[in-house]
Design a binder for this molecule. Sequence first.
Ligand code: SF4
Length: 301
Amino acid sequence: MCASIARSMRYMGSRCGSPGPVGNNGRVTSRTTTRAVRLDQVCADAVGVARGAITEVDPADVGDHLEAVPEGDRTVTHFFESFLAGYQGWRWAVTVTRVPRSRHVTVCETVLLPGPDALLAPGWVPWNERVQPGDLGVGDLMPTAPDDDRLTPGYVLSDDAAVEEVSWELGLGRSRVMSQEGRMETAQRWYDGEAGPEAAISTAAPRNARCGTCGFYLPLAGAMRPMFGVCGNLYAPDDGRAVSADHGCGAHSEALLSTPEPQPVDELPTVYDDSEVESVAVSRGHGSVESGEPAEDYGHS
Ligand code: SF4
């Protein structure tokens, strides 16, 4: 039991006082017994009566008698093959019964029921169970059920210290906050997915490049803090997403490029002869010839 719940219970105990000894109230519900239902032979023998009750279809659509199943005292359901088009594997079911000490059998109901090999439509699934993560689009609304286990009323003391602190200090708080069950389920989902240590980008990263030691790792507040944070590295694929402390990537803040050792290079000896000086005209002003010199031949390139 967590400390906050224990605290709440102590508080309630001091307000309400001791409940006193609890006595034995005795049995409050009647004893129920289950016994196997016996097949009533008179009803089981009434195959003709049951077959005659299937009146709304062509007699050719009713096949052989399959079985007689006891439903209760003097009540039996007879099953017949069905050849009704579109109902492969279905069976006619006719329930018959009789009153005590009478051999007169009467029909209760006649229905068409799916057999064990019947071709059936898939079971109906409510929309909120069909929705998958990522289905919510821009402008879509997805109401959360009032009894969603992932949430708990905000006035209930949470075992998340950060949630308690905010709601009690401000006196406001949200109407519902995440329950412990919701947080556990979320943490497990994150950990098992792309934010966890087994994600491809994480396993391919250097062993020491873990988010918990990365300067871009922003730890979450509250109960999730020891295990999760948000990546704040612009260049990391997980930028802006929750990541586990043992997730990692190659953009870790302390990742360094290894610099190769400098290799010696063979140098040729260079010989300078500075005893001889040669004058070289490096500029003649604009144009190809000096003023007063004959012009160059046409076609000069
Ligand atoms: S940069 Fe990489 S190692 Fe650093 S927090 Fe982001 S995902 Fe984790």
